[in-house]
Design a protein around this ligand. Structure first.
Ligand code: DQA
Length: 148
């Protein structure tokens, strides 16, 4: 059993009503409930955290180190494209993570095509909507229990 963290950044609290043609109809609560249940079925404990504030996300990454989190599944929203502070936080705690984006950021605005996280992530999943979080969980589970 491992402790995992689902970390969502700014504006992801608006999922369900935010630009549904891009981000879909599922709410963040839907995603968190479903992923928590799937993690439990795999034998893991999933904590969920969303914030619109960069410093709060940095603090939660630091707390993950202290609470024994083994892996983070992170959609850092627009901070993906801007936040050296969050990059340094993840490097600072040496915590492995999967970078997830609901939309295919490579098919959108040019400024979304650079990520401060992709080169330090265990892997990157983009463009599959909420299923991307499940794909990330599957990958994390395989990484943590490679022989099961
Ligand atoms: C996003 C893509 C980002 O460019 C954007 O700022 C978001 C959501 C996604 O999940 O597709 O807030 O991370």
């Amino acid at each position: 059993m491992s402790r995992l963290l689902l970390l969502n950044g700014p504006n992801l609290n608006l999922l369900g009503s935010r630009e549904p043609a891009i981000y879909g109809a599922a709410t963040l609560a839907d995603i968190e409930q479903s992923l928590t249940a799937k993690a439990a079925a795999l034998g893991h404990e999933l904590a969920c955290f969303q914030s619109n504030h960069e410093g709060a996300l940095v603090d939660r990454v630091h707390a993950a180190k202290a609470d024994g989190t083994a892996f983070i599944i992170a959609n850092l929203g627009a901070y993906t494209h801007t936040s050296i502070a969050l990059r340094d936080a993840l490097l600072g705690v040496a915590m492995p993570f999967v970078e997830v984006h609901l939309s295919n950021v490579h098919a959108r605005d040019a400024f979304r095509q650079h990520s401060y996280f992709s080169d330090i992530a265990a892997g990157v999943i983009v463009g599959f909507g909420p299923i991307g979080y499940e794909l990330a969980l599957t990958a994390v589970h395989a990484r943590l229990a490679p022989h099961t």
